[in-house]
Write a protein that binds this ligand. Structure first.
Ligand code: HEM
Length: 329
């Protein structure tokens, strides 16, 4: 996994060493707090949409700040600069997940972002285990187990969680909303599900919309040794492979009527959270929180693009930083 080495460099820690403990920690964390976080996000999103007049920046004024709020409330990371915090995380994510990072400035931006995120986490670590947060629980575990996990490990885990949720969640929610704004059938289905209070169907509509614009069309793998993929398909050591999960989700040999928007599809038609060994550890968390954030928006009678450039996504790297919508209740 090329991004793991890059993360180690940015958080000044040996990430491979921490991999064994991380899945268990994240699984325990997300299951415990999933519902509470989704409910809190839904409430806050409802308040933001309720207070908006006719126009709202769905990314910079809704999705991203709520995800940053989760970092503060749930992870336990103090956010001193709410407008810069997501940009630091996006700079890190942009560098980590770029299949072939070449631009020197992407590395420099990621380093600067990582330094700010690390400083925020270090500040919280120095404060000790105060509240019931992910960080608080890690510090409590450390105190009970003679300093294990150590501070560097804790810092790496927390920075990777921030990097996983803020940029990725912003990208996923932005792509869902973009598809809904492009396609009337998707918007109608999502609004109908919201209107009838069918949260399961709403979630299905949003993730089906994401199938048409996933967070990445492919994921990079490197062959560390000669590898036989299938009879006659040998990958020599050193081969870079782009596994196109996007293309797989539109493969008519496996997916029935792939070009149709169909929220009733079986789970096996989706690879939005990856597949196999590296399947997303935050899938359940993201699936609960993102629909909860978008739901109040879809309860409006009309949600449309704001006129002019404000109604088009403005990006920081690949992440939608702004997208203004007009609302009619
Ligand atoms: C809608 C939002 C999200 C999407 C679409 C998403 C998607 C993905 C995908 C496709 C992968 C696999 C990458 C690969 O195979 O190289 C992945 C891995 C991962 N995700 Fe997510 N993710 C999301 C949110 C999150 C959240 C909220 C967390 C943490 C709380 C998280 C934690 C991780 C981790 C730790 C991995 C690496 C797993 C491993 O390598 O074993 N993700 N994610």
């Amino acid at each position: 996994m090329p991004f793991l080495n890059r993360l180690s460099g940015l958080t000044f820690s040996d990430f491979e060493r921490n991999l064994e403990s991380e899945p268990a920690l994240i699984a325990e964390i997300t299951e415990k707090m999933l519902l509470a976080q989704a409910n809190a996000a839904a409430q806050e999103a409802g308040a933001i949409v309720g207070a908006a007049q006719r126009e709202l920046d769905a990314m910079g004024g809704l999705v991203t700040p709520l995800l940053v709020g989760i970092c503060e409330r749930y992870y336990g990371v103090p956010v001193s600069d709410p407008s810069m915090f997501p940009l630091w995380a996006m700079a890190v994510s942009n560098y980590l997940f770029d299949a072939f990072p070449a631009a020197a400035d992407a590395h420099a931006q990621a380093r600067a972002g990582a330094e700010r995120l690390c400083a925020a986490v270090d500040e919280a670590i120095a404060g000790g285990p105060a509240a019931d947060t992910v960080l608080g629980r890690l510090l409590a575990a450390q105190a009970q187990a003679n300093g294990v996990p150590d501070n560097q490990t804790i810092r790496t885990i927390i920075v990777s969680l921030v990097t996983a949720i803020v940029p990725t969640g912003t990208l996923a929610a932005g792509n869902m909303l973009e598809m809904l704004l492009r396609r009337g059938d998707m918007m109608t289905a999502a609004r109908e599900a919201t209107g009838t209070g069918d949260d399961e169907l709403l979630s299905r509509c949003l993730f089906e919309a994401l199938r048409f614009m996933p967070i990445s069309p492919f994921w990079r793998r490197d062959a560390k040794r000669d590898f036989f993929l299938a009879p006659g398909k040998r990958l020599p050591e050193g081969t870079h492979v782009l596994a196109s999960t996007y293309s797989a989700m539109f493969d008519a040999r496996q997916v029935r009527q792939p070009n149709r928007f169909d929220p009733t599809r079986p789970a096996s038609d989706y690879m939005l959270f990856g597949h196999g060994l590296h399947y997303c550890l935050g899938g359940a968390f993201a699936s609960a929180v993102i629909p909860a954030i978008l739901k109040p928006l879809l309860l409006c009678r009309i949600v449309a693009r704001a006129p002019g450039p404000r109604g088009q996504r403005a990006f920081f790297a690949i992440f939608p930083e702004r997208l203004f919508v007009t609302l009619q209740r």
